[in-house]
Design a protein around this ligand. Sequence first.
Ligand SMILES: [Zn+2]
Ligand SMILES: [Zn+2]
Length: 184
Amino acid sequence: MQSETESTDHKISPALSAAPRELLEDVIKEFYLKVPSVREMVISKLLVNEGDVPEVFTSDSEEDSDGDENRPVKKDADPLEAKTQPTGSKRLRSRYARCINCENIFDVSKNTSQSCRYHSDASIPDEDLFPDHEECTHGPIDTPENRENYPQNFFYECCDRTLEEEGCEVSWHREDTFKRQRIY
Ligand SMILES: [Zn+2]
Ligand SMILES: [Zn+2]
């Protein structure tokens, strides 16, 4: 029995990697519903108190302009108090969201003014760096393959950095709140 446990332990990681995401979601959901201790763990991993999420003022909504555009505001003053509350007595929300600037998934409770690096403009290829490429015979230069193979030949218009270099803007991750706000 013991050797059976040992033999599955090292097999579970590759099995998890290989499993379809939908199946993993179903497995977690099932455990969440049936096993109380798993339920608590899933809640703490995937949900967060609204009060622990810094509210980020968007800097690019042109109309609002009261200067302190990027200052975070804690909705609930005392994060410690929020942590000691039993789960369920606070408003909970999803812990993870996708950033509309860098497109990474981030933990909304760990978002800071330095969390996100991104470019404000799009990147385009420098055609002079593809001297042998004739678009009429080889097709367009700006393809996913060329971006993958020649990242040094594509430049962001905001800063002239290449695809290999980090973003010129440093800011908060920005959640796409449009959908959340539109749910009436
Ligand atoms: Zn840039
Ligand atoms: Zn980001």
